[in-house]
Design a protein around this ligand. Structure first.
Ligand code: ASP
Length: 348
């Protein structure tokens, strides 16, 4: 009897997980099983009504350039780490995205950047957090992984290390963009208004009319069958006190394991940290046998139910991809082994 009950529970539970995860129709892709690179440029209140045709074109071009840069590496037979790094570097250099140039501002008007990279074959990982002068934080994360005995370096120490590794160091105002500066002013005004109304502390990202996330991430599968994941961000507008989000935290915003999937998250980092989202996805695949899409849908629903806005991209070793999100939109794209590109922005 106990065995029958257990069997019933497993079957029922499996049905429940897969049907609820499938409700996230926004993760539909045209070519399951054939992807080699998937990227995101952040999730948030991205509505067609708030977008001009020029801006949409620029975002699409930015995503396509990143996909092409990463795909070139895969085609040449380079590692998935190289592909992830190439795609993310392109987006860090593009001021449209909240990573590298174009990063959002802290409450004090600074740009403090976080990034992580992970190798699915070896489970080696590297990350930097709170850096203000490294032009491409993803390169610093890779250097931490490959050229230090540590996983995460922060602030001044990380900058010193990057300099010693010969990475490009820039003046902090390199990251400045007018749009992000205006975003900070709006966020500060909104926060003051809410405080006056007695609403107390409002976490960044809530209630700002033009607030968007905008972190970038990439997951890749190379010709050897190895997975890799990377994420890079300026964090959240108006962040304070040296706040670090999920992006550079291995298992929260970034994770890769050849046995399961490569994952990069975007969204309200505090919730992604508390839900250990990227590793949770991997664990659902490893221990419960869920597919990458079922596991992706499950963790995004669970995080959303707690109030955690955002999404993720994930890729398994067979080239199956998932890109679930619980926000109005997520900048995202994927490329197949034959070079066919798909780019999406809104919920569809
Ligand atoms: N997850 C990032 C953070 O909390 C922000 C984002 O994805 O846009 O720092």
């Amino acid at each position: 009897m106990r065995q029958i009950c257990l069997l019933f529970f497993i079957v029922f539970n499996g049905l429940f997980v897969s049907s609820s995860a499938q409700q996230l129709t926004n993760q539909q892709l045209a070519h399951q099983g054939q992807y080699v690179l998937v990227i995101h440029g952040g999730a948030g209140t991205i509505l067609k009504a708030g977008m001009t045709p020029e801006k949409e074109k620029a975002y699409r071009a930015g995503l396509e350039a990143a996909l092409q840069a990463g795909y070139k590496k895969i085609k040449e037979g380079a590692s998935s780490l190289d592909a992830v790094q190439a795609a993310i570097t392109v987006m860090e250099d593009n001021p449209l995205f909240n990573a590298g140039k174009g990063a959002v501002f802290t409450h004090e008007g600074k740009n403090e950047l976080d990034a992580a990279i992970m190798d699915g074959k070896t489970l080696k990982a590297g990350a930097v957090a709170g850096v203000t002068s490294i032009k491409n934080p993803i390169l610093a994360a890779r250097a931490v992984m490959e050229r230090s005995e540590h996983v995460m370096l922060i602030g001044k120490g990380a900058e010193q290390f990057a300099k010693e590794c010969g990475l490009t160091i820039v003046a902090p105002n390199y990251f400045y963009t007018e749009d992000r500066w205006k975003g900070l002013q709006k966020a500060i005004e909104e926060e003051a208004r809410k405080k006056q109304q007695g609403n107390g502390y409002n976490p960044p990202g809530t209630g700002y009319p033009d607030y968007k996330f905008g972190t970038v991430g990439a997951v890749a599968l190379d010709k050897e069958g190895n997975l890799a994941a990377g994420t890079s961000t300026g964090g959240m507008t108006n962040k304070k006190f040296g706040r670090v989000g999920d992006s550079p935290i291995i298992g929260a915003g970034t994770y890769a394991n050849n046995k399961t999937a490569a994952v990069s998250c975007t969204g309200w980092g505090e919730f992604f940290i508390r839900n250990v989202v990227a590793y949770d996805l991997s664990a659902l695949m490893e221990y419960k046998g869920l597919s990458v899409r079922e596991a992706g849908g499950t963790v995004i629903k669970k995080t959303g139910a707690m109030g955690g806005d955002g999404g993720l991209i994930a890729l398994d070793q067979k080239g199956n991809a998932a890109m679930p999100f619980n926000t109005a939109g997520m900048y995202r794209g994927a490329i197949t082994q034959d070079g066919v590109i798909e780019i999406y922005i809104y919920n569809q």
